[in-house]
Ligand binder design. Structure first.
Ligand code: MIC
Ligand code: SF4
Length: 637
């Protein structure tokens, strides 16, 4: 067996491990973060479980940090109190980005981790089967329910040789993105093997598994070996180590070889992580802003490399350079060893240990800016500046470009040897253990509104095509996130006024005026974030179905969890037959769900379009009764 199959087998609750079949796995650990967490905990409360049923659940507060009014702080207080009162650990604001901190303090090889954030696969860097999901799925898992997924195909990515100077783990994952594109991982797990693995540290492996999310993959995983052991020991958690790898004769569904020696520094160009070019082709481009950080590249090792490049140098006067350390552990270690002074001395702006600019929470660049970021996503307007051009690069490319003021390749730049520490600085003062808190009262701010209610599937669904969208629509298009909107993550009625506003500002008003209707889209609809809000706001606006050429995994699950039909064209060419304003209907919707075949009657054109529903048996039942929560609570009202 390969490693993915081994971990799945050890957690299999139901189903057969045949790619494409629905399976259920038990979940050992969960994580939530605050921007998806408020909703997840409201749902968790609705399920009515007293104490969390997992081995370890952690609530992180790392996304909505601006606190420009009381709203964010109210949400933080709700999350802290609801978590502690249900046996869930809390990582307080300032402690760091969920994925970085989870890797440092909680992750365990061979365990399953379900997180309400699409970059949860970061845990694959230490051999976890770590999967991103909507908040509702995480809420159910916290209540002890298994997680349902389609048994993935397993792709073996064999790493040959060793990276050259200035070429990094970020360039490996950008290469994989160039090969597979942003939808090439859907329904698949990326499993890394080969001699190249042993030369990669845990944070480097985690950069790769983290950004595997951009492939649309279910998750990515590395073996757990001596490097993993040394990392866990350095975190004072040697006891959490288990060696894990694929069998020598393991079989895979696909095989990709990457020759690390031939790899060059790469960049993902606007506006997609899959739009990859060699840095050398972009060299000389004037740069206005550079941001180092995010859960992809903000580890101790990343920032030590940046510090080594910046030491004694000056950041170009035309560049605004920010650094957001991934965790307080990272920041404290840099402070202790002097590297922070090298970074500050060069002219960097050091931000909080949080997501920050990665989710558009501050640092929106100036109009038409070129911004280099070590992040994982450069979707249109995610930075908060619609005219900005964001390029995703390695920390090394970011640092050498910061000095030059133009895009510069770090190839061949020899850094002093930066070793993984034998002991990380351990200070868990901002982690709250639930056992230390008794009789916690749950605090609810005024901004916490109930989530929209779903209903059993109606027999006839009728309405207009309210919008026709192209390919690769991201959840950042569907539910934009920025400093102003993030504060309303627990207020769906408010957020619904911004649904799809990155595509058409009139959409919410049109949807309201028509009392809901249908969305039509191209392929890979809903790629990117796990935010359930991208399903909840259409639900609030009365969207009955999304008809697309194909869907991204997490968003499709979120739609079904909330009782919205994700329907696929039986013949993708039929996409061309539909236009905004068409009046369409589905008759006998429940029967259509039962046979997974639909007919979309386009009433104004007098044509019928065949559609398919691709889902498991449980999801079929869930759609009939109007979503996951109704099914879990047996609510038939
Ligand atoms: C992201 O990187 O897009 C986010 C913000 O972390 C999201 C979660 C969210 O929208 O709250 C994700 O990746 O799932
Ligand atoms: Fe935070 Fe960005 Fe990572 Fe999302 S991708 S968890 S916003 S740092």
């Amino acid at each position: 067996m390969n490693l993915t199959q081994k971990i799945i087998k050890a957690h299999l609750v139901s189903g057969e491990m045949i790619p494409g079949e629905e399976i259920a796995i038990s979940i050992d650990q969960t994580l939530t973060q605050d921007s998806t967490g408020t909703m997840a905990y409201l749902q968790f409360e609705a399920i009515g479980t007293d104490k969390v049923k997992t081995e370890r659940s952690v609530a992180y507060i790392d996304h909505n940090m601006l606190q420009s009014s009381q709203l964010n702080a109210d949400d933080h207080a709700y999350i802290q109190s609801v978590a502690l009162s249900h046996g869930i650990y809390v990582s307080k604001p300032g402690n760091g980005i969920c994925h970085q901190v989870h890797l440092e303090r909680f992750g365990k090889p061979g365990k399953t981790l379900l997180g309400s954030d699409s970059h949860t696969p970061t845990g694959g860097g230490i051999g976890m089967l770590a999967i991103g999901a909507g908040g509702l799925d995480v809420a159910l898992a916290m209540g002890g329910a298994p997680f349902y997924l389609i048994m993935p195909k397993v792709v073996n990515i064999e790493l040959k040789g060793r990276l050259g100077a200035g070429v990094t783990a970020k360039d490996i994952i950008l290469k994989v993105l160039e090969i597979l594109t942003t939808s090439g991982g859907v329904g698949k797990v990326m499993e890394y093997t080969g001699e190249g693995v042993k030369y990669l540290t845990v944070p480097e492996r985690a950069t790769i598994t983290n950004m595997g999310a951009e492939l649309g993959a279910t998750t990515s995983v590395f073996p757990s070996d001596d490097t993993t052991k040394a990392f866990l020991e350095a975190q004072g958690r040697g006891g959490d180590f288990t060696p894990l790898s694929a069998d020598d004769d393991a079989e895979y569904d696909e095989h990709i070889v990457i020759d690390l020696e031939a790899l060059k520094p790469l960049a993902a160009c606007p506006h997609s992580p899959g739009n990859v070019k060699p840095v050398s082709e972009l060299a000389g481009m004037k740069v206005d802003q550079i941001c180092v950080g995010s859960c992809t590249n903000s580890s101790y090792l990343d920032l030590m490399k940046v510090a080594a490049i910046l030491k004694g140098k000056r950041i170009h006067p035309d560049v605004s350079f920010t650094v957001s350390p991934g965790s307080r552990q990272v920041l404290m270690m840099l402070a202790e060893n002097g590297a922070l002074a090298d970074i500050l001395g060069a002219g960097a702006r050091v931000l909080e240990c949080a997501c920050g600019p990665c989710i558009g929470n501050g640092q929106s660049p100036k109009a038409n800016a070129v911004s280099l970021r070590t992040f994982n996503r450069n979707f249109f307007n995610r930075s908060g500046t619609p005219s900005a051009n964001v390029y995703l690069v390695s920390p090394e490319t970011a640092a050498v470009s910061a000095i030059a003021g133009v895009m510069t390749s770090p190839e061949g730049v020899e850094l002093p040897e930066i070793k993984m520490p034998e002991k990380f600085l351990i200070n868990d003062n901002l982690i709250l253990c639930p056992d230390d808190f008794k009789d916690v009262k749950i605090v609810r701010g005024d901004n916490i509104k109930p989530f929209p209610k779903t209903h059993p599937l109606a027999s006839t669904l009728k309405g207009d095509v309210l919008i026709k969208l192209g390919d690769d629509i991201t959840t950042d298009h569907i539910m934009p996130s920025n400093a102003a909107l993030l504060a309303y993550r627990s207020n769906i009625p408010y957020l619904s006024d911004y649904c799809l506003s990155n595509c058409d500002k009139e959409f919410p008003a049109r949807a309201k005026a028509k009392n809901g209707g249908f969305i039509v889209a191209g392929s890979n609809y809903g790629q990117g974030s796990s935010r359930e809000h991208a399903a909840l706001v259409p639900l609030q606006l009365g969207i009955k179905a999304v008809v697309a050429k194909s869907f991204a995994r997490i968003h499709k699950d979120n739609l079904m969890n909330n009782g919205i039909l994700p329907l696929v064209f039986a013949d993708p060419a039929d996409y061309d037959k539909l236009e905004e304003g068409d009046s369409v209907a589905i008759y006998d919707a429940p029967d259509s769900v039962r046979c997974r075949k639909f007919t979309l009657v386009v009433e104004n054109k007098n044509i019928n379009i065949p559609l398919k529903l691709e889902c498991g048996d449980r999801q079929q039942k869930m759609l009939l009764c109007g979503g996951s929560l109704r099914m879990a609570s047996g609510d038939n009202s």
